[in-house]
Design a protein around this ligand. Structure first.
Ligand SMILES: *[C@@H]1O[C@H](CO)[C@@H](O)[C@H](O)[C@H]1NC(C)=O
Ligand SMILES: *[C@@H]1O[C@H](CO)[C@@H](O)[C@H](O)[C@H]1NC(C)=O
Ligand SMILES: *[C@@H]1O[C@H](CO)[C@@H](O)[C@H](O)[C@H]1NC(C)=O
Length: 322
């Protein structure tokens, strides 16, 4: 049932630059059929159910990357984000890393869980001021609703009993998917903020704009696990939120093609952090993010470079917005 999950993968210390066993999933060489990326509201009920079932499947699929304490691939996917948090947020690689990361998730649900449908994103401006009624939180054909009680654990929908494990310090202990829907935080997802970002003239300004307002709105609006900068991918809504953020970057790129397929920049490290082990492995030849920058997922999927992910229709990402 999980044909790739039995492959043994060497445990990799994050700062190690040593060799690796072959990745869980082989890299696709040519893009033949592009994945369709669609707003959640435009999936049929059957497609929504199949997508949710694929996430449920990943949460039950045996771990394969050797993450200590991980019980399934979902834990390992979360670890990949948590372990690199300081080098994938507030840095030039923020948008490229998250494009790589949602592509890794898409690859896993297809390869391990047999998902064949469209890749959904959350059309956030449509829900500003009315988070509670958003289709995405539907308990039957959605991700379940708000958290309740002091723990803010969600109590309805397909993920009500989900056990998450990876902690901020990368140790493990069981916890729930928590949420605390917050319309005030979500207000900055409004279309006027999006338009402001799309009007930016260069990559660094567009990235900073997108990461600040529309990006933080989705995390703060859902709240709970989603507002945790390291652990937010534990809530499956993360992949729809970042599917949307990735669409905004693509919308910006698409305004000037092909020029913006090679526009990149920004610092590799944020907040004065400058761990040489990381800076070296990025392969940028310095502290500024370049197209050569290496994107890494603890070998859940093969390493890629930023150059690989610049074009959503290219061989690596191989998708298009329907
Ligand atoms: C993948 O990237 C990691 C981190 O940069 C690096 O340690 C590793 O050697 C790379 N693996 C391959 C196969 O290039
Ligand atoms: C949903 O589909 C309709 C019909 O194809 C389209 O007009 C609309 O723009 C889509 N909505 C989004 C948010 O993409
Ligand atoms: C990069 O870091 C330097 C030093 O901290 C800072 O002055 C500069 O504004 C940063 N560049 C970007 C694009 O954020």
């Amino acid at each position: 049932m999980y044909p790739f999950a039995v492959v043994t993968v060497v445990v990799l210390s994050l700062v190690s630059t040593g060799g690796l066993a072959s990745p869980l999933i082989k890299r696709a060489s040519t893009c033949t059929v592009k994945s369709q990326r669609k707003a959640w509201e435009n999936l049929t009920s059957a497609e929504k159910t199949a997508y949710i079932n694929a996430d449920v499947c990943l949460m039950a699929a045996p771990p394969a990357a050797g993450v200590p304490g991980a019980k399934n691939l979902w834990d390992e996917l979360t670890y990949t984000h948590a372990a690199q948090s300081d080098y994938i947020h507030n840095v030039g690689a923020f948008l490229p890393f998250h494009r790589y990361y949602i592509t890794a998730h898409a690859t896993l649900i297809r390869s391990v869980c047999g998902y064949t449908g469209p890749l959904p994103y959350w059309n956030e401006p449509a829900n500003v001021g009315a988070l509670d009624g958003a289709a995405i939180f539907d308990p039957r054909v959605g991700f379940g609703g708000d958290g309740t009680g002091s723990s803010r654990c969600i109590t309805d929908g397909p993920f009500a009993k989900t056990v998450l494990r990876i902690k901020e310090d990368l140790s493990t202990s069981n916890y729930c998917i928590s949420r605390g829907l917050n319309d005030r935080s979500f207000n900055s997802a409004v279309q006027t903020n999006v338009n402001r970002c799309l009007a930016m003239a260069n990559f660094v300004d567009a990235w900073n704009c997108i990461e600040a307002k529309p990006h933080s709105a989705g995390h703060g609006g859902v709240n709970g696990v989603m507002v945790n900068v390291k652990l937010s991918p534990g809530d499956p809504i993360f992949f729809l939120h970042h599917g949307y953020i990735d669409k905004l970057w693509w919308d910006w790129e698409a305004l000037k093609l092909p020029a913006r397929l090679t526009e990149i920049g920004g610092n590799n490290t944020a907040h004065g952090k400058n761990n040489p082990s990381f800076v070296n492995y990025f392969n940028d030849g310095g502290s500024i993010t370049t197209l050569n920058h290496v994107l890494w997922s603890h070998n859940l999927v093969p390493n890629a470079t930023i150059a690989d992910v610049m074009d959503i229709g290219g061989d690596y990402v191989c998708s298009e917005f329907a």
